[in-house]
Design a protein around this ligand. Sequence first.
Ligand code: CAO
Length: 259
Amino acid sequence: TQQPEITAPVADDPKHISPPIMSKTFSTPEDKIIKLTPVQRGMVKSMTQALKIPHLTYSEDVYMDEIIALRSQLKANLKDIKLTFMPFFIKALSLAMLDFPIINSIFSDNTSECIYKASHNVSIAMDSPFGLIVPNIKDVQNKSIFEIAKDMNRLQDLGSKGKLTDNDLKNGTVALSNIGSIGGTYVAPVIMPPQVFIGAFGATRPRLEKKSSEIVEKQILATSWSADHRIIDGATTARFVARWKALIENPSIMLLHLK
Ligand code: CAO
């Protein structure tokens, strides 16, 4: 009988993740030495450093209904620029940090000094054909959501071609990771020293909730945040995340900050 054609999953398209499809090769027939790529070697070094930090991880659910409506309205008016939720998340992070400068700080235990950074250079974890890369968007505090979207598009394009520059990768001050574009709900994100804070998002999922006597469907984004517990405590983390959540749930507040 003829065997059905078995194809490998299309790794770069989140819509093709499930159902699981088996690869033609079921196992490695013999031991094989694999040399790490430069990106993987970088990850060995950075993650080994990162996990020496005492992490405080905090999670919160965020209602996405308002921002989903806003994005579809704006998307309909945009050509050539991909507008996902990330530019909103990034801008809200920057706005929330205005009152919490410690979130956008760098810390080194050799100097026992914490430096509050003036620039909000937001590092974005990106899944690329070369592995995990983390370029940053510079000076988010001075950028519109549209400008942030353009920077995201540029960094994703360069990242997918392995063409990010040193400048794109250096001097990030705080980080975000959207694993939800692939899947999952909660994740314990790993801080990238000398940064002290990182946020991560799961996939937005519908949830039924009781409102008065009605059952309504709400769209929920699960968020997880890790803080360097040597200098940021749980109460500061909770207050900061509440501020960020308020901006995402009431995105029109962000208009007040338009320059
Ligand atoms: N909830 C709902 N929808 C989401 C979503 C989420 N959390 N994340 C992405 N989407 C949607 C986007 O809005 C977009 O939809 P449209 O086609 O309707 O515009 C689609 O999924 C694809 O988004 P994207 O992944 O191309 O873009 P993004 O800006 O949302 O994310 C990036 C960009 C670079 C963060 C993401 O592509 C990526 O690489 N994520 C993986 C990060 C990672 O590996 N983290 C782990 C770090 S530790 O190893």
